[in-house]
Design a binder for this molecule. Structure first.
Ligand SMILES: Cc1cc2nc3c(=O)[nH]c(=O)nc-3n(C[C@H](O)[C@H](O)[C@H](O)COP(=O)(O)O)c2cc1C
Length: 334
């Protein structure tokens, strides 16, 4: 964007890669990142990403078509690698010639990156370690997202600031790397760009945009919350493959502890295996998040939010949020 020359210059590689006006991605948020928010972000000069979550191929098909009806700008699709129909979902992306696919939730299974590249899609991946990031970039991934534990939703154990210091000096020169987790203001964007990032990904700051279909009660919970209210879930049983989730503390947090005990017992009794245990946990989250985002039950549902939630104080159009972030970054670089 010409109004922000210094920021745009530092984002140029990210902008070229995404085909958007700024290299600010709105990370996929299950139930929140549907056609309205995704199109609004892309129309605002950011890069929207549809959250496929647990959608069937038919639902994803309709969501992509719906998004295309609302924007002519590029947008991406986020697929969860453990989805049992991952390859059918990739075929839906191929049918629509989706320009960018984000593979989230684990190491991409064999053949998935290739299947996306085959139809000309660009592949973005997450990597928890530098060694894995290098391998994924060597074997076909086009760009990397590093996401720290400040983020909302499923998280890793390491802070964004540390990941940035570990990954950017090694990878940023030759690769497109986006930094995510805990970014609430443009000043922080400027800092990561200066460290070599090609762009950034935010979720929490966009969840309550005017165009977001999240229930008014969900948005109110965000406006009221402080950073310290966005807590990482606790793992009850070390055997359970539970990926921690950051969400606002409520009764739903306790329900998750109970769910873990229930799944652990089923494991003990040999009634389910580890894979089934993990699926049950993930289904719990999908249901709990829906309850909060769609039904507005912010007491028993899961109000996933990052630590930057304290910087979300009011509903704003996506375009205003993008412009604010760019202006803050520009001022910081000045
Ligand atoms: C409500 C919510 C739901 C999310 N759902 C997903 C998801 O389905 N898939 C995914 O890859 N990331 C998901 N995320 C993570 C975001 O895409 C993004 O990476 C993260 O929010 C960035 O950190 P921030 O929250 O500090 O801005 C979610 C985040 C939130 C807040």
């Amino acid at each position: 964007m010409t109004a922000y020359p210094k920021t745009t210059k530092l984002m140029q590689r990210g902008i070229d890669f995404l085909g958007s006006e700024t290299a600010i991605l709105c990370g996929a948020m299950s139930w929140v990142s549907e056609r309205h928010l995704v199109a609004a972000i892309s129309n605002a000069g950011g890069f929207g990403v549809i959250a496929c979550g647990a959608m069937t191929p038919e639902l994803l098909d309709a969501e992509i078509a719906g998004t295309k009806a609302l924007t002519a700008k590029p947008f991406g699709v986020n697929l969860i690698t453990m989805h049992p129909q991952l390859f059918d979902l990739i075929a839906v992306c191929a049918k629509h010639q989706v320009s960018h696919v984000v593979l989230a939730g684990g190491i991409p299974p064999k053949g998935s990156v290739e299947a996306i590249k085959e139809f000309g899609g660009k592949v973005l991946v997450f990597a928890p370690t530098l060694a894995l990031a290098k391998r994924l970039l060597r074997t076909g991934a086009d760009a990397l997202v590093i996401e720290g534990s400040e983020a909302g939703g499923h998280i890793g154990p390491v802070a964004t600031s540390v990941l940035a210091q570990e990954f950017l000096p090694e990878l940023a020169e030759d690769h497109v790397v986006f930094v995510a987790g805990g970014i609430g203001r443009g000043d922080m964007i400027a800092a990561y760009l200066e460290m070599g990032a090609s762009g950034v990904q935010l979720g929490t700051r966009f969840a309550c945009a005017s165009e977001s279909i999240a229930h008014p009660a969900f948005k109110q919970a965000f406006f009221r919350a402080n950073a310290r209210d966005a807590e990482a879930s606790v793992q009850v049983d070390p055997r359970l493959p539970v990926i921690p989730v950051r969400a606002l503390r409520n009764k739903g947090t306790e329900a998750f502890t109970a769910k873990q005990r229930e799944v652990a017992q089923l494991l003990d009794e040999g009634k389910i295996d580890m894979g089934e245990a993990q699926l049950q946990i993930e289904h719990f989250w999908a249901g709990a998040l829906r309850r909060a985002v769609i039904d507005g039950d912010v007491e028993h549902g899961s109000v996933m939010a990052g630590q930057s939630v304290g910087m979300v104080t009011k509903e704003q159009p996506a375009a205003e949020i993008v412009a604010e972030l760019m202006a803050e970054s520009e001022a910081a670089l000045g």
